[in-house]
Design a protein around this ligand. Structure first.
Ligand SMILES: Nc1ncnc2c1ncn2[C@@H]1O[C@H](COP(=O)(O)OP(=O)(O)OP(=O)(O)O)[C@@H](O)[C@H]1O
Length: 233
């Protein structure tokens, strides 16, 4: 298994504001699989993703990525782990406003010795003609594609997406999902996608439902539908 999460517990606050968010979460994802994490608001999805991404620490349990234990890593080790293994895509694009599309991506290109080819990636993402524009000159979908390019340029083995289509209309959401599908097929990138969109689960390999800090369902999707054919996006 590429990702192995075992009995992870995590809480926030103390006294009256104490809340146990992850109550012993276990989860496994195979290399190259796309996995959707769904659940009601406040169920702990983003917390789980942040813990896997080394953006937050866990209290107990284990998180192994490619056989490497990240629970208990120090801040500098976590930072190396994020640089070497991960790409992040969030609902809000987090682009640098005074850099062009190409420069925004270049900032992340320097993080690795073996980046993907910039021009090829721009082409795949439909950004070639927009590469010299600034974020404010782009549509929401173009900004998200630029954010995806930033996450992908270093060819991460694991892509963590938190509501990647949350701010997008249905057509643009589909375009972004088709891209994620293409990237998964081209580079074999393992993907975890947190989403409220109930349709996205139909295009992925594995579906995980979180409720109240616990995994309630975890199954393989035997009848995958291409993103281009998803209904009710
Ligand atoms: N840094 C924090 N400090 C205190 N409480 C937090 C913190 N982060 C998250 N929480 C709480 O943990 C619970 C789970 O939050 P989380 O963001 O993981 O849920 P979620 O399932 O991703 O929700 P949503 O679908 O609304 O984004 C919530 O009750 C939230 O208020």
């Amino acid at each position: 298994m590429y990702l192995e999460v075992s009995d992870v517990k995590k809480s926030y606050g103390e006294g009256g504001s104490y809340i146990q968010v992850l109550k012993g979460v276990s989860l496994q994802v195979k290399q190259g699989d796309m996995c959707v994490i769904q659940g009601t608001s406040g169920s702990g999805k983003s917390t789980l993703l942040n813990c896997i991404g080394g953006l937050d620490t866990i209290e107990s349990g284990s998180i192994k990525v490619d056989g490497i234990e990240i629970a208990g890593m120090k801040a500098d080790e976590l930072s190396d782990y994020r640089r070497d293994y991960l790409g992040f895509i969030f609902q809000f694009y987090n682009l640098v406003p005074n850099l062009t599309v190409r420069e925004n991506i270049q900032v992340c290109e320097y993080l690795t010795d073996q980046p993907l080819n910039m021009d090829e990636l721009l082409e795949i993402l439909g950004l070639t003609e927009h590469q010299n524009k600034f974020p404010a000159q782009l549509s929401g979908g173009q900004q998200q594609r630029c954010a995806i390019a930033r996450a992908l340029i270093k060819n991460p083995k694991l892509l963590l997406c938190d509501e990647p289509t949350g701010a997008l209309d249905s057509k643009t959401s589909r375009d972004i999902l088709i891209l994620l599908e293409k990237i998964n097929a081209t580079y074999g990138t393992t993907m975890l996608i947190v989403t409220h969109n109930n349709s996205i689960k139909n295009m992925v390999d594995q579906v995980v439902i979180v409720k109240d800090g616990q995994i309630r369902k975890d199954y393989y999707n035997e009848t995958k539908v291409p993103a281009a054919e998803l209904e009710d996006l």
